[in-house]
Design a protein around this ligand. Structure first.
Ligand code: ARG
Length: 594
């Protein structure tokens, strides 16, 4: 569907041409002064320079030609304002017709890309055997939303969790387990090669695993010999020692099941559960290629790729591919992952939703991948870097005791508070309270995060985020539920609005709401262009505010004129669909009552 702004631009272009000016001056934008008009065309001001005429005269000329265009009076009214602006308001008929068309449109007016891309999104990035903590929240929340956004405009999108499943944490767990239970088959000298020969059951539970890792990690920082053992165990695992390999499988099984459970609670899901371990077979051939083609060279024993470019404002150090002891590192895995992704999926774009503190790192990796020819020329590599989630003290979010907060703890705390709030203040049946609280809590967390521009640090303020008033998730859900319950009541009273015609607005508040709703497609389109979910939040906050203004000033169900009443209900339905689609793209849903 065409944007309203474009419909107007076409008319203005025609008018400029009719008046004898270049039609390129006909561009119509949203008004800078919504108090004066809804849209404006400033073309006469620019045309004045080319035609050496007063802008005011040009604007006048264009306006009189505009009003002569057939049918134009049905869609707009306009006036010239000194020094030469053309201020435009659209008619209620245009808006009503547009919204009717939107309801018929399969995409609810969301612009669809002309050539769909295959996009891979690398987000989540949890590390196996380490519990998810609040530091993992942003990648999951922003990544999921970007995935849905890319999909909403018609792309094919694959999300990959890219597990950290190959690092030192694995060696630490193995080492600690061996110290505690050396008699296990995994550590015996004749541990079988055949993976099916190991016991079905893991020798630990997930909570034991979550105790073992931090214990071992702490110990390795105090005990050099222990650390050396863990590094050796990591190395042995990586070269395929069967017992360790079998143990690794058990750690993975338990850990991945637990991660899935946690992500599910966040309404986050991944098409691919691949990890660093999957790309190990790519490393040797990749290194060979780099050496053979001369893209990589040895520097003080380490294999590196120079990635500095002449226009760099700051120095970009070389990208290290292998350490001087020949070991691979984080970079190596990311490069090999690019290679694997190209081979298996051939994406047109890979988007990494990772902490912005890794931005220099991604610059190095992307450049190295291009230089080494691991990625097609036409495949875009994009890093969407996000800022830190801080506590109210402005420092990275911590528990009250000052420790790293587990994601589960954060979710539980918010949920508990929300259960109380809902039980006291909301109209929810006792048996629905918990479920509703879970839904509303998730909106609080996700909207609180997403409404901030991703690249900025933000303060996670539980009280603010969970409030039912203000720019919050619960406020948006409250608005949605309000609409649902009016429609429900109308249906209970036997009112049928589905076939009704949407009428031109009867009041200014209604027109504002309609204008907002016609902007839905462009709001989503812009959010996609900039991969910026916060733009969707800003859009729905405006729309929810305008809806609530309309609601307070309008008698909807008690409207005596049947056609008008049905039209109001239909407008509510448009608003409901727009808001629900928007929060779906943001990655949360609304309850039926609250
Ligand atoms: N596991 C990493 C970490 O905890 C994040 C991975 C991000 N993705 C990537 N392809 N490097 O920092």
């Amino acid at each position: 569907m065409q944007k309203i702004q474009n419909i107007l631009t076409e008319k203005l272009e025609e008018a400029f041409a009719l008046a004898g000016y270049d039609k390129k001056y006909g561009y119509v934008r949203l008004s800078d002064r919504p108090d004066l008009c809804e849209f404006q065309c400033n073309g006469a001001l620019s045309a004045a320079k080319q035609y050496h005429k007063a802008p005011f005269m040009i604007a006048d000329d264009v306006l009189s030609n505009l009003l002569k265009i057939e049918g134009v009076n049905n869609i707009l009214t306009a006036e010239v304002v000194r020094p030469g602006f053309i201020n435009i308001n659209v008619t209620g008929e245009l808006l009503a017709g547009y919204l009717e068309e939107m309801m018929q449109d399969a995409y609810l007016s969301i612009p669809q890309v002309s050539t769909p891309k295959k996009i891979m999104i690398d987000y989540g990035g949890p590390n196996v055997a380490k519990p998810l903590h609040v530091g993992h929240l942003r990648s999951a929340v922003i990544g999921e939303s970007i995935k849905r956004l890319c999909r909403a405009v018609g792309n094919e999108v694959l999300g990959d969790v890219h597990l950290g499943d190959w690092g030192l944490q694995m060696g630490l767990i193995i080492t600690e387990l061996k110290a505690r239970e050396p008699e296990l088959i995994y550590f015996s000298d004749d541990a079988p090669e055949d993976m099916s020969k190991y016991p079905e059951k893991a020798p630990f539970t997930i909570s034991e695993l979550e105790e073992i890792y931090p214990f071992a990690s702490k110990k390795s920082k105090e005990d050099e010999a222990y650390k050396a053992m863990a590094m050796e165990a990591t190395h042995e695992l990586q070269i395929g020692k069967p017992g360790y390999r079998a143990l690794w499988n058990k750690i993975m099984e338990l850990s991945v099941a637990d991660l899935k459970k946690n992500y599910e609670r966040l309404n986050v899901s991944f098409e691919l559960w691949k990890g660093e371990s999957d790309v190990q077979p790519y490393i040797a051939p990749m290194v060979e290629k780099m050496k053979a083609e001369g893209t990589a060279h040895y520097d003080q024993g380490a294999l590196v790729i120079d990635v500095a470019e002449p226009d760099d404002k700051k120095t970009i150090p070389p990208c290290m591919v292998l350490k001087s002891d020949g070991a691979s590192l984080y970079n190596t895995t990311d490069l090999a992952t690019i290679m694997e992704r190209m081979k298996l999926y051939a994406p047109d774009e890979i988007i990494y939703v990772v902490d912005k503190r890794q931005s220099l790192y991604f610059t190095q990796v992307f450049r190295a991948a291009r230089k080494a020819g691991l990625v097609d020329e036409s495949t875009e590599l994009v890093h969407v870097g996000f800022g830190t989630m801080n506590g109210r003290d402005g420092k990275p979010f911590k528990t009250r005791a000052g420790g790293v907060m587990r994601l589960e703890t954060l979710l539980n705390e918010i949920n508990e508070g929300m259960i109380g709030k809902i039980r006291e203040n909301r109209n929810v049946r006792a048996e629905d309270v918990e479920n509703t609280a879970e839904i509303v809590s998730l909106s609080a967390i996700k909207y609180g995060d997403l409404s901030n521009q991703a690249a900025k640090d933000y303060v996670f303020d539980t009280d603010k985020f969970t409030a039912f008033e203000g720019n919050t998730g619960p406020y948006i859900l409250y608005t949605i539920v309000r609409i649902k319950s009016i429609l429900e009541k109308a249906a209970e009273n036997g009112i049928d609005w589905h076939e009704a015609k949407l009428l031109a607005p009867a009041a200014a508040v209604e027109k504002s709401l309609m204008l907002d709703l016609t902007r839905f497609g462009s709001a989503i389109g812009e959010a996609y262009e900039e991969l910026a979910p916060h733009k969707i939040c800003a859009y729905i906050y405006d729309t929810a505010n305008d809806f609530n203004r309309f609601y307070h000033e309008t008698k909807i169900l008690s409207e005596p004129d049947e056609a008008r009443r049905a039209s109001y209900l239909k407008l509510l339905e448009v608003a409901l669909r727009v808001l629900e689609k928007s929060i779906d793209i943001l990655g949360f849903g609304a309850p039926d009552h609250m």
